[in-house]
Design a protein around this ligand. Structure first.
Ligand code: DOR
Ligand code: ZN
Length: 435
């Protein structure tokens, strides 16, 4: 079947342009891109997707999600996480290894990939653990895991405390051509803390996590990248000094990339004043000055990627005293409008937003996607950038509802997700194609 996506504004982050173009999809691939109106009207066997008034964008790529399977399927499964992903406009998800058991060997990687295949929704790319059982002592078998399908390694949720081991991990990763994604936290310095250490933590009486606990490790990872000449990617950047360190590393020409998440550019530590555990995340929400620095980092291109750190938790882990609650918030279904808010603010344009949500993460992980060009797989989303709505708990497709954006008026949302030429999700439609 041939599909004609007509009438939309095509956003191409590779060329950095937004233009009125129609797309023809045949046999799962983009077969033609032509100026709007250049195609002839329908014939038999032609399906039309009307994208008038909407943007047609490369499918979003989230390089940092927690899918919780195996082990915590009551919070999320690969199928429910993939569903939340495609609803949010994501066609590819890279999932972190802190499952139970962790993804620290090829059999877990194979299991994740087979569950993703069964779900038949988003493309899922597993990230392997750096150390066995994420215990920080023995490196995992990077080569075995790579053969099984991991696209990177990370100890996300923890840092590798032993710098010599981390150095070996980087050298080993470079040999196997795997992206190293660094969760930066000096676990001794952050121990016991539940929110950012500052005026708010003092006022409301919660133990703090100093910004330095992140920055020390950002500095170490940059120093090790310099030593080993291995590309490193800094996960969930939250402080001003982290942004400064990454900026300097880039000026020096080091192979350092970075991501942040929408909660670090929309929320600050004042959100914790009511002890709302949905705002308990790791790293913690920082100061308004940090939020401004993260935004500056995004607009200058020092921060390459907007990921979600989608971290589903059930009421069992969240409806608790603040200090006992788990860290994390869901993000797959709110990342797009929260990023479009920065476009609206004038921080960057639509094409740059798609670079951060799609092109850059694909390049950093070395996976397909991130562009719309003739011959490439038809992984794309059709988004309505202007519609305004109040996000409701029942709107989420994720199994968990731990989002502080419930009840918030958002602007912009995904309306249709296509993967490999199949419509895997469409708003207001019960029909979907199986991948
Ligand atoms: O807030 C977080 N939640 N940060 C992490 O590093 C881990 C994640 C989780 O797995 O819940
Ligand atoms: Zn994470």
């Amino acid at each position: 079947m041939t599909i004609w996506i007509k009438g939309g504004e095509l956003v191409d982050p590779v060329r950095g342009v937004v233009e009125e173009s129609d797309i023809m999809v045949e046999r799962g691939k983009i077969s033609k891109i032509l100026p709007r109106g250049a195609f002839l009207e329908a014939g038999p066997g032609l399906k039309i997707i009307d994208a008038s008034g909407k943007h047609v964008v490369p499918g979003l790529v989230d390089m940092h999600v927690h899918l919780r399977e195996p082990g915590e399927e009551y919070k999320e499964t690969i199928a429910t996480g993939a569903k939340a992903g495609v609803v949010g406009g994501f066609t590819s998800l890279a999932c972190m290894p802190n499952t139970i058991p962790p993804n620290d060997c090829s059999s877990v990687t194979e299991f994740i990939l087979s569950q993703a295949q069964k779900a038949g929704l988003a493309r899922v790319y597993p990230i392997g653990a750096i150390t066995v059982d994420q215990a920080g002592e023995v490196l995992t078998e990077f080569g075995d895991m790579k053969k099984a399908g991991v696209v990177g390694v990370s100890e996300d949720g923890y840092s590798v405390a032993d710098s010599k081991l981390m150095r070996s991990a980087m050298e080993y990763a470079r040999f196997h051509d795997l992206t190293v994604i660094c969760h930066c936290e000096d676990m001794h310095l952050s121990a016991g803390g539940t929110m950012h250490e500052g005026v708010v933590s003092t006022r409301i009486g919660l133990p703090g996590i100093p910004a330095a606990s992140e920055e020390i490790m950002v500095y170490r990872e940059i120093a090790l990248a310099r030593l080993t000449r291995t590309p490193v990617h800094i996960a969930h950047v939250s402080t001003e000094e982290s942004v400064n360190l990454i900026r300097r590393a880039r000026e020096e020409g080091l192979p350092v990339t970075a991501e942040t998440t929408p909660h670090y550019f929309h929320l600050d530590h004042n959100a914790v004043i009511g002890y709302d555990t949905r705002c308990k995340v790791n790293p913690p929400l920082r100061t308004p000055a940090d939020v401004e620095a993260v935004k500056r980092g995004l607009s200058e291109g020092v921060i390459d990627v907007i990921a979600t750190d989608h971290a589903p938790h059930s009421p069992m882990e969240k409806d608790l005293e603040f200090d006992r609650a788990a860290c994390g918030m869901i993000g797959l279904e709110t990342a797009l409008p929260l990023t479009l808010a920065l476009v609206k603010e004038g921080l960057f344009g639509m094409a740059e937003a798609l670079r951060k949500l799609s092109y850059n993460p694909s390049r950093i992980l070395g996976i397909p996607g991130g562009g719309l060009s003739t011959g490439s797989p038809a992984d794309l989303s059709v988004i309505d950038a202007d519609t305004e709505y109040t996000m409701k708990e029942e709107d989420f497709h994720s199994k968990s509802k731990n989002s502080p954006f419930i009840g918030v008026v958002l602007r912009g949302r995904n309306d249709l997700t296509m993967i490999g030429g199949k419509v895997v999700w469409q708003r207001d439609s019960t029909h979907i194609d199986r991948r």
